[in-house]
Design a protein around this ligand. Structure first.
Ligand code: SF4
Ligand code: SF4
Length: 376
């Protein structure tokens, strides 16, 4: 039987889903496993298995449901229950867990909180690792716009959140928020949609904004030649209209014409990377990527998530909005320089070391130093 703590999102689907099939038509995972109502009833009857780790947790099912139900929240509750039962520690996720652990370690984490710092830039793991040159130009620009801006290299622990390790996520993300609040930070500016979602949902009173709102408001737009592009909205912000609008506004002001795909905003397709499902079912991930590529047709896709952009880069031309703004020539011609692991770790380490030398004053240190833990 399902444990009481995880019951509400599962029971809601069991009671209220009318099996209309709309979400099932959109999703290869549901097509194979059955409707959300079927999955909920099976789980409540004690017949649930390991299938929750095969869902991309993308939220498209919620985006298309006419009754505003959220099957992705049900799947996350099931993952959490599996972890609580000791059945969620899958060997396929070891690499991802190690990636997160390194991100929060004293080797990679670093806080720079200058005097009077009320806002920090939290670039996440993917952007500085894959595009250190973009990160550097962006941070310089943000410093010009916000003179007392702080900087935090750390991991938002999205992998623990999505893998259902609720206890670890709450402890680790809570520690990050505690450090910021203790040093009077009020606002976190992020570059990654997953970081945005976590600060928005669990940020303990910290305000969160995406850099695009800041860049647009400050009029820091870079003119492009007139050209048609389409926008891929990442899952982390599929319900954040404000962020989606700010991205389109920057593109329009830059001189680009935005054409919408049939699946955009709340009904955007997953890039295939979501929910770590690809570690177990790469075939499901490929279906999402195929659908996105087919719908974009020959149009240049612009995204604003480093993970999404890399995922589609393997299959089709895709540009990161920041590349487009900061290095327009190479981005539009598909020549943007993007590092892959293990070089991503080296890039993050080098950036941290360089900025440690450049940025002085205020409060500086790793997560371990600022949370009072001993650094080994
Ligand atoms: S893969 Fe996406 S659309 Fe399919 S059930 Fe999971 S969250 Fe919903
Ligand atoms: S769209 Fe909503 S009501 Fe229809 S099957 Fe999916 S969850 Fe159930």
């Amino acid at each position: 039987m399902a444990q009481e703590k995880y019951l509400p999102p599962i029971a809601r689907i069991a009671e209220d889903c009318v099996n209309c099939g709309i979400c099932v038509q959109e999703c290869a995972f549901l097509e194979e496993k059955g409707s959300p109502k079927h999955l909920a009833e099976e789980w409540l009857a004690g017949r649930g298995g390991g299938f929750p780790f095969e869902c991309n947790l993308c939220g498209l099912c919620r985006g298309v449901c006419p009754d505003d139900l959220d099957p992705s929240a049900m799947i996350l509750a099931m993952r959490r229950e599996l972890v609580a039962r000791g059945e969620g520690d899958l060997r396929q996720h070891r690499t991802l867990r190690a990636y997160e652990k390194r991100g929060t370690s004293s080797l990679f984490s670093w806080f720079y909180l200058p005097e009077n710092c009320k806002t920090i830039f939290f670039p996440g793991c993917a952007l500085p690792g894959s595009r250190p040159h973009v990160f550097t130009s962006l941070f310089q620009l943000l410093q010009e716009l916000l003179p007392d801006l702080g900087l935090v290299f750390d991991c938002c622990t999205n992998p623990s959140h999505d893998l259902g390790n609720e206890a670890h996520f709450k402890k680790t993300f809570g520690e990050l928020c505690d450090i910021l609040l203790r040093h009077s930070v009020q606002k976190v500016l992020v570059a990654c949609p997953s970081c945005y979602r976590l600060f928005e949902e669990h940020g303990a009173g910290l305000r969160v904004g995406m850099i695009y709102e800041e860049l647009g408001q400050a009029g820091r737009i870079f003119r492009q030649e007139r050209r048609q592009v389409t926008v891929h909205d990442p899952c982390g912000v599929r319900f954040s209209g404000k962020v989606q609008d700010s991205v389109r506004e920057i593109l329009r002001q830059s001189g680009l014409e935005v054409r919408e795909m049939a699946h955009s905003r709340a009904t955007s397709f997953c890039c295939g990377e979501g929910g770590a499902a690809g570690f177990l079912r790469p075939d499901f991930s490929r279906v999402w990527t195929d659908k996105r590529v087919a719908e974009a047709s020959a149009m240049q896709v612009v995204s604003y998530c480093a993970g999404c952009t890399s995922s589609r880069d393997r299959r089709a031309g895709s540009a990161h909005l920041l590349e487009l703004l900061l290095n327009p020539e190479s981005a539009l011609e598909g020549g943007a320089k993007v590092s892959k692991a293990p070089f991503t770790y080296w890039n993050r380490y080098r950036l941290k070391k360089r900025l440690q030398r450049q940025l002085q004053g205020g409060v500086c240190g790793s997560r371990q130093e600022l949370s009072g833990k001993k650094v080994s």
